[in-house]
Design a binder for this molecule. Structure first.
Ligand code: AP5
Ligand code: MG
Length: 188
């Protein structure tokens, strides 16, 4: 199974993707995590990406395409995968289609996780005090939400056009949302 997870910052994409990885044996591919590793290791990509991430803006598409192509070239991808945080705009969605077609692993399903804005702010403020992720400050959260609404929300339409989009209610406990995810995948 090859799944794209869509949803605003704080909707629980990373949390749910990790549970699905463990449960279904899929590769969890988080572009946010890959970028944060690149920043920590001070690679060329990390040095270029940092200022965009710190502002809550999207890292330019050409940098992202190199990163995702490299990750999708790894052997675990043939067992299926969950993409968490990619694609983030329509150009990325189209580039992804081409890469996946080339490697013969097209997307089966896109799941859009929905949560209300109050819950997003609560979750990310809580994470800010617990983990100190550098983009979990009030101004940057606001910009990440704006970028999501303007650039990423339209990506759902890309998958809806092909009948591949499902919505999952992301409110409630982590376990409740996980059960909804499993049901959605089983019925896809
Ligand atoms: P990215 O790392 O993808 O961040 P994001 O989309 O802003 O989302 P988050 O990781 O904050 O939220 P999430 O939905 O994963 O929720 P989580 O499970 O963590 O991207 C970061 C930056 O990298 C971007 O701003 C951009 O600069 C760059 N970037 C990444 N991909 C890119 C791309 N494709 N193109 C260009 N740039 C890109 O949960 C959030 C918190 O809530 C956690 O503390 C969690 O424990 C808690 N939580 C989760 N579920 C629940 C629940 N059910 N109840 C209560 N708490 C919960
Ligand atoms: Mg995440």
């Amino acid at each position: 199974m090859r799944i794209v997870l869509l949803g605003p910052p704080g909707s629980g994409k990373g949390t749910q993707a990790a549970l699905l990885r463990d449960r279904l044996g899929l590769a969890h591919i988080s572009t946010g995590l890959l970028l944060r590793e690149a920043v920590d290791q001070r690679t060329e990509l990390g040095l270029k990406a940092k200022r965009y991430m710190d502002a809550g803006d999207l890292v330019p598409d050409d940098l992202m395409l190199g990163l995702i192509e490299e990750r999708l070239g790894q052997p675990d991808v043939s067992n299926g995968f969950i993409l968490d945080g990619y694609p983030r705009n329509l150009a990325q969605a189209e580039a992804l289609d081409q890469v996946l077609e080339r490697i013969g692993q097209p997307v089966d399903l896109a799941i859009s996780v929905t949560v209300n804005e109050g819950e997003i702010v609560d979750r990310l403020s809580k994470r800010a005090t617990e983990e100190g992720r550098s983009d979990d400050t009030e101004d940057v959260i606001r910009n990440r939400l704006r970028v999501y609404a303007e650039q990423t929300a339209p990506v759902a339409g890309h998958y809806a056009e092909r009948g591949q989009l499902r919505e999952v209610d992301g409110m409630g406990s982590v376990e409740e949302v996980h059960q909804r995810m499993l049901e959605t995948i089983a019925n896809a």
